[in-house]
Ligand binder design. Structure first.
Ligand code: F3S
Length: 392
């Protein structure tokens, strides 16, 4: 791989151990992928930061960079960890608070922005054509498909290395030849009556090349976010071309095949049936809620009056605790459990639930795997209604 003089110096240790180690990681991965060179990135988003997921070896890896003087060279944000910083949640178990605080303090010490959210585009929306190094599959697919940015689905260590060096390897979705949509996905009449999270899981599972999805220009922001994150959970997509949404010059089309997604194909992806004897948890906020999604939930909860305590969890960026304090207090008073800077997928539950009902295909996909609970995907309004006081 070609390296500039400055990059050679970084690799040889002239800028210290952490920069050399980070550069070595990038060069090693880049060479394995036949990348011709490195490119500058504007924003790194570091995932794989939850102690309950990465354990003591992951913690040591991060501390090594911190103790050896690693510093963010570019704007860098942090994904959710396993601690609820709201102090509100009775559902998220903060059993790893000591370890998570070590991780978070190391990142803050390195100059990362402590946003603890999977919607980094809320803090810094990418510019079309801009190169990024983001971890967190739901954020990557959103950055590429909605904003027309260029980022691969990086693992936590690579995003960390990109932050410390300011570079990533020039391969994958940084190259125009890998941004070519070859299959057109259409929805047959009736398909969109199925929750969008289930449809996203089906597409991720069945469409293996980069698709252009038709009809998405009629979907709202929330549905696009859920569609994309669900696809990225069950499949390996980092970019999907969305008709009339993805900036035109950031991809090309060479369509060779057309798929029609029928209602009966996706129905099974909705998940398990819910019975009246099940201990249900409703969950909304994967990916973390945008402010106007929070307002939608307030509206729904007010409509139903109140929620059965401990039965509805929402997850938000940590900043909302101060920015939307009154709204969150109202939700809490009405029985909603709020967790900030975390989510149930990267943390530990306090109690035991038979089934989690959620609007998110991604949450359903991972909660089933990680926590071994049954899951069902439903529209936001159905999730709220199911756990409201008037429901039983
Ligand atoms: Fe975010 Fe957790 Fe979902 S990190 S995308 S809320 S799994």
């Amino acid at each position: 791989m070609y390296l500039t003089l400055e990059q050679e110096k970084m690799l040889s240790g002239e800028y210290g151990w952490s920069v050399a180690k980070a550069m070595e990681l990038l060069v090693r991965i880049g060479e394995a992928l036949n990348a011709p060179r490195l490119i500058e990135v504007k924003h790194a988003h570091v995932s794989g930061v939850s102690y309950s997921n990465i354990g003591k070896y992951g913690l040591e890896f991060i501390l090594d960079f911190y103790r050896s003087g690693g510093k963010a060279r570019i704007y860098t944000t942090i994904n959710p960890g396993c601690v609820d910083y709201s102090g509100y949640s009775s559902i998220i178990d903060n059993k790893f608070i000591r370890e998570q605080l070590q991780i978070d303090s190391a990142f803050i010490g390195m100059g990362f922005k402590p946003v603890f959210t999977c919607i980094p585009y809320y803090y810094r929306p990418p510019i079309s054509g801009e190169h990024l190094a983001w971890g967190e599959s739901s954020a990557v697919i959103y950055a590429n498909s909605i904003f027309g940015a260029c980022t691969n689905r990086e693992g936590g260590p690579i995003a960390l290395a990109a932050s410390i060096t300011g570079y990533t390897y020039m391969a994958g979705l940084h190259l125009p030849e890998n941004r070519v949509a070859r299959v057109e996905v259409n929805f047959s009449p009736g398909t969109l009556s199925i929750p969008i999270g289930a449809i996203g899981l089906w597409i991720g599972d069945h469409v293996k090349t980069l698709p252009i999805i038709k009809g998405t220009n009629k979907m709202n922001y929330s549905n696009l976010k859920i569609l994309l994150s669900s696809m990225a959970a069950s499949g390996s997509h980092g970019l999907v071309v969305l008709e009339d949404i993805t900036p035109r010059y950031t991809y090309s089309l060479e369509v060779e095949d057309k798929i029609y997604v029928e209602k009966n194909m996706v129905e099974d992806y909705v998940g398990d049936e819910v019975t009246t004897s099940d201990n249900i948890l409703g969950y909304i906020g994967c990916p973390h809620l945008h402010p106007f999604e929070l307002l939608e939930i307030v509206h729904l909860v007010r409509k139903h009056g109140s929620i059965r305590r401990g039965k509805l969890l929402i997850t938000v960026p940590i900043e909302y605790m101060s920015k939307f304090k009154h709204i969150l207090h109202e939700l809490k008073a009405r029985g909603v459990d709020v967790a900030a800077g975390t989510c149930p997928v990267v943390s530990v539950f306090h109690g035991k639930y038979d089934v989690v009902v959620t609007n998110s295909g991604k949450a359903a996909f991972y909660l089933r795997k990680i926590h071994g609970v049954k899951t069902r995907i439903a529209e936001i309004s159905e999730v709220v209604k199911l756990v409201s006081r008037g429901a039983n």
